[in-house]
Write a protein that binds this ligand. Structure first.
Ligand SMILES: Nc1ncnc2c1ncn2[C@@H]1O[C@H](COP(=O)(O)OP(=O)(O)O)[C@@H](O)[C@H]1O
Ligand SMILES: [Mg+2]
Length: 256
C-alpha cells in the first residue's frame, strides 16, 4: 500500500483537483484507491459527490474514538473509496492538546489498512496551512506529490515546501517522507509566463518535475460542482486526457 500526500502549503494551486482526478484515473485502471480528505473545507469530499455528514469525518479517527475503516464510504465510482472531511476537522488542533504525539495519529490509524493491504494507493488531500492536519498527513505518507501552479511565485512556494519536507524528513521519530514529484498545474499555453515557470522549475529540480503539464481548463474547474471527477464529467476533454497521462507517469515513477 502506497500512501501519498498531495501537498503544498499554498491554497488554490490544484491540490484537491489533482487528488480527485488522480484518484479517479487510478480507479479507472482498476487500482483499489482510498482518498482521505484531511482538509476541513471538504472540497475533495464534495468534489467526489460525497455527503458531508456530521460525525462522518476523520475527526473521531484522529481522536482515537473510531477506527479509520469505520469512517470510509464508497463512492459512485468503482474501486474508489473516500474518507470524508467536514468542518469539524478544523478544531482538531485544540482537541490534540495534551496528546503525547500529535503528529502520528493518522499514521497510527492507517496501520491496520497497511497490514491488510486493503488498498493499493491511498491519497491524502491536505489543507493549505502548516498545521497539525498537514503534519499528520505528511507523517502518515510514504511519498509527497506537490502540485505547483504555473504562476510568478511558484518557485518561491516550491522552496518553502521543499524546506518544510526537508525538516520533517530529519526530525520526528521514523519520519520517512520522500518527494515523488512536482506536477505543474493550470498551465496556459498562450502565455510566456507559464512556459517560463515550467522552465525555471525544470532547471531547479529536473529530477522531480513530471513531464505532464495540467492545462488550465474550464471543464476541470466545473467538474467538482457536479460531484464528479473529470474522467466521468467530460471523459474526452483535455483535462481528462492530461490527468490520465499524468496517472501513467505517476504509476511508472511509483514502481521505479
Ligand atoms: N487545471 C485547472 N484548470 C482550471 N481550473 C483549475 C485547474 N485546477 C484547479 N482549478 C480550479 O482552481 C481552484 C483551486 O483548485 P484546487 O484544486 O481547489 O486547489 P487547492 O486544493 O490547492 O486549494 C478551484 O476552483 C479549481 O476548480
Ligand atoms: Mg484543496
Amino acid at each position: 500500500m502506497n500512501v501519498i500526500a498531495v501537498t503544498n502549503q499554498k491554497g488554490g494551486v490544484g491540490k484537491t483537483t489533482t487528488a480527485i482526478n488522480l484518484a479517479a484515473c487510478l480507479a479507472e485502471l482498476g487500482k483499489r484507491v482510498l482518498l482521505i480528505d484531511t482538509d476541513p473545507q471538504a472540497n475533495a469530499t464534495s468534489g467526489l459527490g460525497g455527503v458531508i455528514a456530521p460525525g462522518g469525518s476523520l475527526r473521531p479517527v484522529l481522536l482515537g474514538q473510531k477506527r479509520l475503516r469505520e469512517q470510509i464510504v464508497s463512492t459512485s465510482f468503482p474501486h474508489l473509496d473516500l474518507l470524508p472531511s467536514e468542518i469539524d476537522l478544523a478544531a482538531i488542533e485544540s482537541a490534540f492538546a495534551g496528546s503525547d504525539s500529535p503528529l502520528f495519529h493518522l499514521r497510527n490509524a492507517l496501520q491496520p489498512l497497511r497490514e491488510a493491504q486493503d488498498y493499493e494507493i491511498v491519497l491524502l488531500d491536505t489543507p493549505p496551512s502548516l498545521g497539525l492536519l498537514m503534519a499528520n498527513a505528511l507523517a502518515a505518507a510514504d511519498l509527497v506529490l506537490v502540485p505547483l501552479q504555473c504562476e510568478y511565485y511558484a518557485l518561491e512556494g516550491l522552496s518553502k515546501i521543499l524546506d518544510l519536507l526537508d525538516k520533517l524528513g530529519t526530525v520526528g521519530e521514523g519520519s520517512r517522507v520522500r518527494i515523488l514529484g512536482i506536477l505543474m498545474t493550470m498551465f496556459d499555453v498562450r502565455t510566456n509566463l507559464s512556459q517560463q515557470v515550467v522552465e525555471d522549475v525544470r532547471r531547479h529540480v529536473p529530477h522531480l518535475l513530471f513531464q505532464t503539464l495540467i492545462p488550465r481548463s474550464i471543464r476541470l474547474a466545473e467538474a467538482p460542482s457536479h460531484g464528479k471527477p473529470i474522467t466521468t464529467y467530460d471523459p474526452s476533454s483535455v483535462g481528462a486526457v492530461s490527468y490520465r497521462h499524468f496517472c501513467a507517469e505517476f504509476l511508472a515513477r511509483l514502481s521505479a
